[in-house]
Design a protein around this ligand. Sequence first.
Ligand SMILES: Cc1cc2nc3c(=O)[nH]c(=O)nc-3n(C[C@H](O)[C@H](O)[C@H](O)COP(=O)(O)OP(=O)(O)OC[C@H]3O[C@@H](n4cnc5c(N)ncnc54)[C@H](O)[C@@H]3O)c2cc1C
Length: 460
Amino acid sequence: MTKTYDLTVIGGGPGGYTAALQAAERGRKVALIEEDFLGGTCLNRGCIPSKTLLKHAEVIESIETAKNWGIETGDLVLSFDKMRKRKDDVIEKLRGGIAYLLMQGKIDVYNGRGTAVTKHRIDIKTQGGSESIETKELILATGSSPAIPPIPGLQEIQFDTSDTIFNIPEIPASVVIIGGGVIGLELACIFQSLQSKVTIIEASSSIIPQEDEEASKLLQRELKKKGIQFAIKTTVTEVTEKEGVKAVHAKDDKGETHIYTAERLLVCVGRKPNVSAAHQLDLQLEGPFIKVNDQMQTSVNGVYAVGDVVGGYQLAHAAMSEAAVAVSNICGEHENMNNRIVPRCMYTLPEVASVGLTEKEAKARGLSVQTERFDLAASGKALAAGHQIGFIKLVYDTAYGEVIGATMVGPHVTEMISEASAFMYLEGTAEEMAKMIHPHPTISEGFYEAALQIVRKMRA
Ligand SMILES: Cc1cc2nc3c(=O)[nH]c(=O)nc-3n(C[C@H](O)[C@H](O)[C@H](O)COP(=O)(O)OP(=O)(O)OC[C@H]3O[C@@H](n4cnc5c(N)ncnc54)[C@H](O)[C@@H]3O)c2cc1C
């Protein structure tokens, strides 16, 4: 007999497993279909492997810095096998955690490829065969995959994407990375710390062009100091390979041709949504993404979509938040997705974190805003830790001093950005931030210092 569910979720990444767990908590009978490993891109080939290896990069950097502080160790010896094993152990542990939660929630997990034949019938192709289930409602959380640009020669050579790079057998002597976005830059930091020669080719006029301009410039300057080479405003025209050496032919903005060679070529030019599970539903699209409204409903009643497959920020916490919104609406609670406060974190060395509007975005929207910046060079804790490069910048509205955006560069700012998010969530002002007692000495005191400057300016 065909099994029937209140809700079926296709995709077991952060969007999918969050949706399944939250619906089960509310008493719904739930099926989750995942064709690969539980945890999706984030756990298996994204957030977690990259952050595990970036921790290694941070340790390597600390060892190098310690030499100048009178703390000597022997020569640096790197075992990539052991690093990869630690990364795999972390992933394995977390996968087990998700499986356990799904089991506790009495969710039926199908390991196979799901296809929505209608909005109520889902076919599942497993290794051993196929089966069908019936469902009242459906959430598509099928995520995204690395986009492969149509560069001449690319399909004829071996190249990596974020799907393959975490499992390469050895540290490469050199890597050329096409794409200076978040993923490309994080991977650049990993390989640079492992002593690979790293070159980043970016077609735009700056790295992370959507972020605060000063943050982008500071990050590029710091990464350059570490030895990462940048070819900005440079477009790749062709790639070739000879005796294992990849050659990337590119043209800069002056029309000059350059050839960058490396042992490995890593393509990080964005991500395309996985929409094939929903082809037969004839859903409305927005560009390549599934179109949804603020309740995460698609154009077909009873079908919801969340996470990377709908575009937007393409971040794990955005996917989880969208999943919570979709489930609330399925349960009749009428909730809207709030995209105003989605923190954006880059775990590069130094880290960059931001939330809300940049000054440029706020001005483009016609808002009357100003900014205040506190440099970490004036922070006792940052100096003590040897991390004095960076800043905390607040964007505030000139009428009430309400904090409407923040950008931070420096150590652990990905942890600290939540203070700015909390203020924005509660519509807090710079005056309130300046009154809040911050512990001393901490880097987060920079919020207090920047806010105090805003209060002084507004009083003047
Ligand atoms: C290198 C890298 C680093 C990243 N770092 C961060 C970070 O630090 N922080 C952050 O917030 N985000 C990060 N991201 C982005 C993050 O991984 C994604 O935003 C997040 O995984 C999206 O979640 P999702 O549930 O929408 O999709 P996914 O995690 O992609 O999960 C979708 C799942 O659906 C499955 N699936 C697809 N089609 C079917 C089908 N037909 N049947 C069954 N299963 C199917 C896939 O196998 C996959 O497991 C990173 C991404 C990369 C690539």
